[in-house]
Structure formats: C-alpha cells, structure tokens
Design a protein around this ligand. Structure first.
Ligand code: ZN
Ligand code: ZN
Length: 352
C-alpha cells in the first residue's frame, strides 16, 4: 500500500516534451559539433558504450497512451528550511540534503553544491512543467560561500540556469560541467566553467581531486541537441576518502568499474526516484532495487538517497521509492543504517 499513491493523473509536462523532442532530434545534422571521438562519442553525439539506447519515438507515444500516473500532493509542509554552518571544522564533513539532486557538501576548507536547483519548476518554462512540492531545505540567501558547483547533465531538473546565474553573481564558484555544456553557461554570462570528459579530474589542492566519471543516461534541453552534451557522475576524493555523487543513471556495469578505478566510496549519493514505468524508464533511471545494487557495487559505507519526493517526473507515487527501498534493503540484506533516505533538510555529519 502506498498511501498518497491512489489517485491517477495524465500527461506530466516536461519529461514528455523532452522525450518527444529528443527523439525527433535524433537525425544527424550538418552542423554537428566537433566533439572528441572516444568509446562514448562518435564525434557528433555521446552514447553509453555498454548499453545502446533501445527506445524509439513509438515507445514515447506508447508510454503516453498507456500512462498511469499517480497523484502527488501539491505541497509537503513538513519540510522546512534549516540552517547550516558557514564552514566545518578540521576532520569533519557535513552533507545537507536540500532537495532532488541538490546536496550542500561541506568539507574542511571546501564547500560544494551538486546540481543546484532553487527554481519553482524543472522546466524551460516558468509557468509550465514539473513544479516542486517542497521548498529547497536551505534558503538561497543563507547558503555559505560556495567554492565549486558540480553539474551531472543538462536536464532541467539538474541544470537550472536561473540558479546557476544567481550562484555566479553571489559566490563566483567554479562550475564543473559535462563536455558540451560550456557554451550554455557562457551564453548566460557565467565564466569560471570547466568542461569535463569521463575520467578527467580537477585538482583543488594537494589533498583533493574532483573526478568526472560515467553514468548511464542521456542529455537534451531542446529540439536539436539530444546527446550532444555528455552526462556523468563525480567522485570527490579528499583526504584519501571518496564521496560519490551519481547524478541520474540507469543501473549498469559502470558502478563496479568506478569502484575498481577510484576505490570504494565512504559516502555515496544515489538516486532512488523517477523510475516508473520500468519498461520505459529502466535504461536511464534506477529504481530502489537498482540503487541498492549500485550501493553494493560501489562498496559504499553509507549511501544517502536523493532524486525523490520533490518533482514529479514519472508515474510512481511520491512515497513509492521509500516503500520499494525498504523491500530492496531486505532483499539484499543491507543494513538500513547504511542506506539512508532522509528527508530534505537532514544534515549528516561524518568524520573526514
Ligand atoms: Zn536526467
Ligand atoms: Zn533527474
């Protein structure tokens, strides 16, 4: 039984529009950008090398035609803004879940934001598209000084240009973006941008590196840009400890590969929402069962769940990820303490 998930609703704005536009824009164009050819790029578009996309425009239409979308509440009043320290002391790290894929990561001498999103909607339009059901758990005005912003990919629920412009104006952080997104930010007047290909790293100081790693996903913001920019995840390696931020991803062999190459994660931030129906979403979005497998592949000591309960992008009920996560943790005999699905506003403190 999933409580709030008994109603039904049709047609949910942006995800549908993005999927349709994305498939329409699959045909190669004469002005294809000269992207770096690699095992995940053919020179004009990126792809997941271990899993070629199988869905077609017909599948998008089939999803829409057969859609059985659960009704979410308009608002979650139980989530209230919290305050955070300006900086953390030596030997400690604080991770605050702000909502969706936005985490405030405070390490000794270094403060980062992942996929920062403070807008009302995850959409190209301010008046249409998925609307947040809770306010960001930290007021934008009360953020501590931000040093780095990590962007996983260009979907509107992860790359929110109005928020990035505000961060640029107020904090002047360095923005790390997947290859192909630099011009989007520079066109919005944002400098201090570094574009990264998979496995490239940025050295912050002698003890800290930010490494861009694979994920199994796709990209698109408009009619003619499907997979013209890359997607990915990040490993933050600091003081010989690893913090992994997964962005958006389907389940694939890359989690084990990342663990092999970069070592196990002390803390992993993994998505557990936006996954129904499985036949359509499974390639690009993990469900909680997949997320627990990823947690095990990464050999994560602690995982903090994200990407649930904020924007309705897909068909499952708002409380279904938590329900399914409980089942998956029992199935794989994972201690619930090591896979935490805290509500936005939770701050977790670790020895670092
Ligand atoms: Zn996405
Ligand atoms: Zn997403």
């Amino acid at each position: 039984m999933t409580g709030a998930g008994t109603g039904r609703k049709k047609a949910k704005g942006w995800m549908v529009m993005a999927a349709l536009l994305g498939f329409l824009s699959k045909a190669p164009r004469a002005d294809a950008a000269g992207l770096p050819v690699s095992d995940h790029c053919d020179g004009s578009r990126f792809f997941n090398p271990w899993h070629r996309e199988s869905k077609t425009l017909l599948d998008v239409l089939k999803w829409q035609w057969t859609r059985d979308s659960r009704q979410w509440p308009e608002h979650r009043p139980e989530i209230r803004p919290v305050s955070v320290p300006e900086r953390v002391g030596p030997g400690e790290a604080v991770f605050t879940f702000i909502g969706h894929a936005t985490f405030l990561i405070q390490l000794p001498g270094l403060t980062l934001l992942t996929d920062p999103h403070w807008s009302q909607r995850a959409s190209p339009l301010s008046w249409l598209g998925p609307r947040r059901v809770h306010a960001p758990a930290v007021d934008f005005e009360l953020l501590p000084p931000i040093d780095y912003v990590l962007i996983s990919h260009n979907h509107y629920d992860h790359l929110d240009l109005p928020t990035l412009k505000q961060l640029h104006a107020r904090h002047k952080p360095r923005f790390l973006v997947p290859w192909g997104n630099g011009s989007l930010l520079s066109g919005a007047g944002i400098d201090n941008v570094t574009e990264l290909d998979w496995w490239q790293e940025v050295r912050v100081d002698s003890g800290t590196e930010l490494i861009f790693a694979p994920s199994q996903h796709w990209s698109s913001r408009s009619l003619f840009d499907r997979n013209k920019s890359l997607w990915g995840s990040y490993m933050i390696r600091s003081k010989n400890k690893n913090l992994y931020f997964a962005g958006d991803s389907g389940y694939g062999p890359h989690f084990a590969q990342i663990k092999e190459r970069l070592g196990p994660a002390q803390v992993a931030l993994l998505p557990i929402g936006a996954y129904e129906p499985r036949w359509f979403m499974g390639e690009h979005h993990m469900n909680p069962d997949d997320a627990v497998k990823a947690h095990l592949d990464l050999k994560a000591e602690r995982t903090l769940a994200m990407h649930f309960g904020c924007f309705q992008l897909t068909d499952e009920a708002i409380d279904r990820p938590l329900h399914d996560l409980k089942i998956a943790l029992e199935k794989y005999q994972v201690d619930p303490f090591s896979f935490d699905a805290a509500a936005p506003g939770a701050s977790l403190r670790f020895a670092w």
